[in-house]
Design a protein around this ligand. Structure first.
Ligand SMILES: [Zn+2]
Length: 318
């Protein structure tokens, strides 16, 4: 249907963002695979989460889940260990499904580690990852030092049509940290100053060589990560999928199976949303997806329906 064509960023890359989402939570029901968290007040929470790879684009509203891996714990592992090992499995599965595709990973600072970057680069993929002063001290120390001397650091300021100022400072070819001197990354520090003088800072490392020509685009791709949080998972939680609702834990794999089913329903809906003009018309009229799902459900209760087209026609008559 040409969806991927419109999602190629700079005509080359498919931007993939990774996000863990909790879909089961209980203080009583649990199994050996639950993530266990003991709160300060002594209560224990048992949860199941899913790590999702999601295709995003800075200028596109729809996002597509292209991979999912349950975050399940082994004996004695902490939540971070679990998420990291799920990430390793997910990257392996992505390598099998998307060989030859130019993927660009956009991750938050939790993923800006030597092993994760190595696994991404081993597949010949690129990345833009958030970094933070407390987790990436060596990078920020180098940035501060370059600021003082003015050596090698490149600066670029741009004012957009809305009056916001975008300030960039960047340098290419530096080690990620002392533990991984072999992994060279390119560093970018960005500040957005809006019309009221409010400043929002971001920092990233990337495998792409940064220049004044592409720095604005790299920033936009880096920020597209938040689309996942704002769009995918808000949709899953609030637009009628009930992803945060406990549908059941079961004995072994029920919670995970239900999460997969919800992701499949969501993916099918996203594809229909993109490809079906009748759906787009109905959605516009209904204003929210939740309202549209209510109408569809009501029709299912009272009428035999032979196809999606039939369902849309009946909805249109209402
Ligand atoms: Zn469990």
């Amino acid at each position: 249907m040409g969806v991927l064509k419109t999602y190629r960023w700079l005509d080359k890359f498919l931007i993939i963002s990774v996000y863990g989402v909790e879909h089961f939570h209980s203080t009583k029901v649990h199994c050996p695979h639950c993530l266990v968290k003991t709160h300060r007040d002594g209560t224990t929470a048992y949860t199941h989460s899913m790590l999702c790879s999601v295709l995003v684009h800075p200028q596109q509203a729809a996002v597509f889940v292209v991979g999912a891996e349950p975050i399940v714990c082994q004996d004695g592992a902490t939540k971070n260990d679990c998420e990291r090992s799920a990430d390793k499995r997910l990257l392996k599965a992505m390598a099998l499904s998307y060989t030859g595709q130019r993927l660009l990973y956009v991750n938050d600072a939790l993923y800006a580690t030597g092993p994760h970057i190595k696994q991404v680069r081993d597949n010949k993929w690129d990345f833009i990852m958030g970094v933070k002063p407390d987790g990436h001290k060596a990078l920020f120390t180098k940035w501060e030092a370059l600021r003082k001397t003015g050596n090698l650091l490149q600066m670029h300021t741009y004012r957009d049509e809305k009056g916001a100022v975008h300030r960039f400072e960047f340098f290419n070819g530096t080690a990620l940290n002392e533990a991984n001197p072999a992994y060279k990354v390119n560093f970018i520090h960005y500040q957005q100053v809006d019309g009221n003088g409010k400043t929002t800072p971001f920092s990233w490392v990337t495998s792409l060589i940064i220049s004044k020509k592409n720095v604005m685009e790299i920033m936009q791709a880096g920020r597209s990560r938040w689309k996942i949080e704002n769009e995918t998972f808000n949709t899953l939680k609030n637009q009628g999928y009930g992803f945060g609702h406990n549908y059941g834990h079961g004995q072994q794999h029920l919670a995970t199976t239900l999460a997969y089913l919800m992701l499949m329903a969501f993916t099918t809906d996203q594809l229909i949303q993109w490809c079906s003009q009748p759906f787009q018309v109905l959605w516009k009229e209904a204003k929210t997806k939740a309202k549209l799902w209510h109408t569809f459900r009501a029709l299912f209760m009272v009428k035999p329906l032979t196809s999606f087209r039939h369902l849309y026609q009946e909805t249109a008559y209402l």
